[in-house]
Design a protein around this ligand. Sequence first.
Ligand SMILES: C[S@@+](CC[C@H](N)C(=O)[O-])C[C@H]1O[C@@H](n2cnc3c(N)ncnc32)[C@H](O)[C@@H]1O
Length: 266
Amino acid sequence: MTDNQQYFAVTTSHRPSPVQVSLATKLSDELSVPFIPRNDLSIETMISNTGVIGMMVVSAQRISFFTGISEFFFHPGLARLRINELKNGKTDQMIQAMSLGAGDTLLDCTLGLGTDAIVASYVSGTSGRVTGIESSLLIATIVGHGLKTYRNEDINQAMQRVEVTYSHHKDYLAGLPARSYDVVYFDPMFRTPRKKSPAMDAMRAIANPDPIDCESIALALKVCNRRVVMKERRWSKEFERLGFKEIRGGRYAPVVYGVMDRQGIG
Ligand SMILES: C[S@@+](CC[C@H](N)C(=O)[O-])C[C@H]1O[C@@H](n2cnc3c(N)ncnc32)[C@H](O)[C@@H]1O
């Protein structure tokens, strides 16, 4: 589903504070969607009264998107665990595939929940830079807000450093000069879900499901200074289709990383 078809409105939780109401009205202006006062109504009633596909809800803790069946909201997922493992000297397969280190810059072309971007931001540190591109307006808004406001002492700074941009990655890449980022990363939605989970279902309802196209990979190779990395299922035909010959990752891992070095490209 594309965002143009995603007609939604913004509201608040029950008995909102003035801060919530002002954030909800600000979002409604910025996103050009209606603000509907909550007035003790259930989300289901609001959806059926207005005919929207879902409601963005500003509560005291977070911004969520409710469809009536699922709720999408920001959380750092496995980022904290992965960062703790790195602190304990363990290897992170994604970081290794990227050869990412302190001071490096990463363009994450498929931000999603931002889990990978947070881990990369921790590794690249204050002298590095991580930019996350997301083409779902709902995901870009909710994750962008979550990264700036979620409180977790261990990873606050890494989360806050991730810069979020709402754009299709092909358009964004096309506007960048050559060698703008050390690494360009893609983690598209899997063609078929790996396992059913309410969190994944909530994301699938609003994510861009399109496969990566060859033109985006060609642009990414120009924009990177070191390499392009793509995450996919181990036996995915996407690697071959897009020209990835080198595959890295754990020997038995179901998910691996295709790597394309810039070397040799003008
Ligand atoms: C599998 S998720 C990425 C998960 C992410 N790596 C993480 O750690 O949370 C894929 C995300 O990429 C977004 N996406 C898909 N195609 C895109 C495109 N052309 N431009 C920008 N974002 C895109 C989807 O909307 C979805 O949010």
